[in-house]
Design a protein around this ligand. Structure first.
Ligand code: ADP
Length: 571
């Protein structure tokens, strides 16, 4: 019998990822992980190579959200790992399953100033729910299984796998590798079985009774419910009970924005007057004003549905239900089915919300109807909205939105009709996520068009990734609202412009009229420069039909919009 073929740690890691169902990876290659990436590709994993680990990490986090499976990204050691922390932390804070895999320095040279040396396990700690280092090649399959499992189990989040250079260079025979892979698989399946979750049935009756007896009930849905793919169960609950619902920014689309029970356009009334609020997969954090008055009514009874018991303990709601949103909603629907109730259209609460919604929507439409040139934010946003609506039946495009004013206006104007079709700066208000999110969405949903509507500063964080769009020929149209800076033009008062560097541009300013579209053209993609409604309409129509990478550079009045968008009180 001849010598058994040997495989190294890079190959074993790639085989492990393929065995545990990883279909896509994002990342930046280099020492010591290049071979891991190429081997992964040869095993059928699509590897999307980025320019910067930060964007690759953002992509992985969004991929985790969109697919409810771990978004995996690969980085080199030391600085690569540090750049990757941006994506890893973003995934963790949004509670999206995100796995960062980084190469690291030789274990025997650690502490002696090795190439790209860093205690990476220590560095990732604040941002992960689980981190592990494979200290020997034989541990690789099991470590891969563990990070993937921890990322999705319980409250989803960030996980980290450290693969030292020496471990990646160790070898085992092909048959040893097969044994290690089989053992890791058996262990992973055993762990999965022990994790089956049950909804606390004793509380379901209480929730139904609270809703039945409420005068002004409200259902609030967040991106945790979207992640749980709870849309069908939510539709059933809302439509059988007739209770109005309010989506958080990324909960938009779970039910269509134009649903007759949508309370988005009457948000202040809905949260300011409801007496019972069932909050499903959304935290009572800054985005929901901590659930406190004066934004919320005094004494509102909160029912929180969350997969995380810590979250429920933290908020101390009137009633907390730990469980998966889809399962909880299913159980709620079953309970209601036996003794149904419905508020009906003439119910004073439903009527009040519906009236306010119509009133506010028609005020907004009046603003939007004007063609303001040079562009403010509203006119081009209306044109983008209409182009998406006219273009898209099902599946609807995924909308990526970032930038202070651009995101604020976009949230109110752009219409979401399908779940998980809106990605924005999220829980952390992370700007710079746009291009990474676009790439993730295009890869996760190849049948959907992706339309990013971004401010020029948000775009600038990762603009180089337009080359990645072209390289992989992704169906992404990036619309840049270009008002020449962070928040726009120079807004300083004369007394703020002083000192030895007063000739410098304002810290908020970029080069006016920057030719962002020509960056795209430099890589062979399509670029458009637009400044009028007709030019924008034609660019959108052409680029949507082409389904090819494009950047539409929309020139906006530098003094339109406001500093910090709607968050001025914090700046
Ligand atoms: P939003 O930004 O939409 O307000 P958050 O990110 O604040 O949403 O909250 C999402 C919540 O959803 C988190 O507390 C998370 O624990 C929870 N969550 C995640 N997955 C699920 C799930 N499958 N079922 C229920 N809740 C979930």
């Amino acid at each position: 019998m001849g010598e058994q073929k040997q495989i190294d740690g890079n190959v074993l890691a790639a085989k492990s990822l393929a065995q545990f169902g990883v279909h896509h990876m994002f990342g930046v290659v280099g020492i010591p992980v290049t071979s891991l990436a190429t081997r992964a590709v040869s095993l059928g994993i699509r590897f999307i190579a980025f320019h910067n680990e930060q964007s690759a990490g953002y992509a992985a986090s969004a991929y985790g959200y969109l697919t409810s499976s771990p978004g995996v990204f690969l980085t080199v050691s030391g600085p690569g790992c540090v750049h990757g922390l941006a994506g890893l932390s973003n995934g963790g804070i949004n509670t999206w399953p995100t796995v960062m895999i980084s190469g690291s320095c030789n274990q025997s040279d650690c502490g002696r100033g090795d190439f790209q040396e860093l205690d990476q396990i220590e560095a990732v700690k604040p941002f992960t729910k689980f981190a592990v280092k494979a200290t020997h090649i034989s541990q690789i399959p099991n470590c891969v299984a563990q990070v993937l499992d921890h990322a999705v189990s319980g409250r989803p989040g960030g996980c980290y796998l450290d693969l030292p250079t020496d471990v990646l260079h160790q070898t085992v025979s092909q048959s040893e590798a097969e044994t290690l892979l089989t053992e890791a698989k058996a262990l992973a399946e055993k762990n999965k079985e022990s994790r089956s979750t049950k909804v606390d049935a004793s509380k379901i009756g209480q929730v139904v009774s609270l809703l039945r007896n409420a005068e002004r009930p409200l259902i609030v849905v967040g991106k945790g419910a979207a992640y749980a793919k709870a849309e069908d169960q939510l539709k059933k609950l809302v439509e059988t009970t007739g209770i109005p619902f309010l989506p958080t920014p990324m909960g938009k689309g779970l039910l269509p924005d134009d649903h007759r029970l949508a309370a988005s356009a009457a948000r202040s009334l809905a949260i300011g007057k409801c007496d019972v609020a069932v909050v499903i997969g959304a935290r009572l954090n800054w985005l929901l004003h901590f659930g406190e008055s004066p934004k919320w009514a005094e004494g509102v009874k909160f029912v929180l549905v969350d997969v995380s018991s810590e979250e429920i303990e933290l908020r101390k709601p009137f009633l907390g239900l730990v469980g998966d949103a889809k399962q909880v909603l299913e159980t709620l629907n079953k309970e209601i089915k036996d003794d149904p109730f419905c508020l009906g259209n003439t119910h004073p609460w439903v009527d009040a919300i519906s009236k306010k919604t119509k009133e506010n929507a028609s005020k907004m439409e009046a603003q939007l109807a004007k063609d303001v040139v040079p562009f403010n934010f509203l006119t081009p946003m209306r044109i983008v909205r209409d182009a998406i609506l006219e273009w898209g039946g099902s599946p609807a495009p995924v909308v990526v939105s970032e930038g202070a004013n651009t995101m604020d206006v976009g949230r109110a104007v752009l219409v979401q009709k399908e779940p998980r079709t809106r990605l924005d700066a999220g829980t952390w208000g992370t700007m710079g996520v746009g291009l990474g999110y676009c790439i993730a969405a295009a890869v996760a949903y190849p049948d959907r068009l992706v339309v990013a509507v971004e401010g020029d500063s948000g775009y600038g964080f990762s603009a180089m990734e337009v080359e990645t769009l072209v390289r992989y020929q992704l169906a992404v149209v990036v619309v840049v609202f270009n008002n020449g800076g962070v928040y726009g033009g120079d807004r300083r008062s004369p007394e703020e412009i002083d000192g030895p560097h007063k000739g410098d541009p304002a810290p908020t300013s970029f080069v006016p009229n920057a030719g962002y579209h020509t960056m795209m053209e430099a890589f062979g993609g399509k670029g458009y420069l637009v400044g009028t409604p007709d030019e924008l309409k034609s660019a959108l129509s052409e680029s949507f039909s082409a389904r090819k990478p494009a950047v539409i550079n929309v020139v906006i009045d530098p003094y339109a919009g406001s500093e910090s968008g709607r968050m001025q009180h914090k700046n």
